[in-house]
Ligand binder design. Sequence first.
Ligand code: NDP
Ligand code: 8X3
Length: 251
Amino acid sequence: MEKVVLITGATSGIGLACARKFAKNGDKLILTGRNRQRLAEIQKELTDVGTEVLTLVFDVRDREAADRALSELPEGWREIDVLVNNAGLALGLEPEYEGRFEDWDTMIDTNLKGLLTMTRFVVPGMVKRNRGHVINIGSVAGDAAYAGGNVYCATKAAVKALTDGLRIDVAGTNVRVTNLKPGLVETNFSNTRFHGDTERAANVYKGIKPLTGDDIADVAVYAANAPEHVQIAEVLILATHQASGSVIVRQ
Ligand code: NDP
Ligand code: 8X3
């Protein structure tokens, strides 16, 4: 059955891969992001292959902008079936006692408060309709801290707690809640983390075949299309030569 799928941070990496995979699955897409031009390009790419796409330009840290964008959804787009809370980032890999306050605020405001804002605005409609699915993009980083991961790991541990908490709160309804926890995925993630140092970013994926956004999107589409009585609660997805956040065997 065709679903309305809203993906945050759909302009790059895992979010973009989810957009393409859900489009292939025949769903209608609400793609959100900060980069208006990129969103328009992706909208064109997907409408050209027959997908209905609506784009919303806002920063998930801006609660008012999110509220405005969602409350102005046109007829036919208001009943969101799947919310993919994907927008997020890591900034820096410094020891906790040397981290930058600004980076910490950005990670907490985006990965944690942004996800919570979207959940708060979208899930009441799901509960009312007794139908829906929230897919949060957590991380292996939320399972255990790794060197320099401190605040980023804390935000992803919080995503796990919020996902588990929401699952408890909607357990009496047909709304399903999933935490997808990828390991190393080659996207723009490390470029962002290292503030545009592309060489340092490339080193993260040296000597190991990392996951791709598509690998994660496959699991998201699977979870969203599982039979109604099946709730894929949590999935840890690692590259074959990665065993945990800090154990990576490079060839
Ligand atoms: P990318 O950098 O490729 O994509 C991140 C996306 O999030 C971009 O579209 C970006 O938009 C968007 N975004 C960031 N901040 C905001 C904001 N404030 N408001 C709206 N959109 C925002 O990285 P990934 O695809 O890898 O990351 C996606 C998610 O996956 C993140 O939550 C990340 O923590 C998680 N993850 C990534 C892993 C990896 O190894 N890559 C592993 C585990 C989890 P813009 O271009 O405007 O910045
Ligand atoms: C992203 C994966 O291991 O770089 O969440 O933190 S990791």
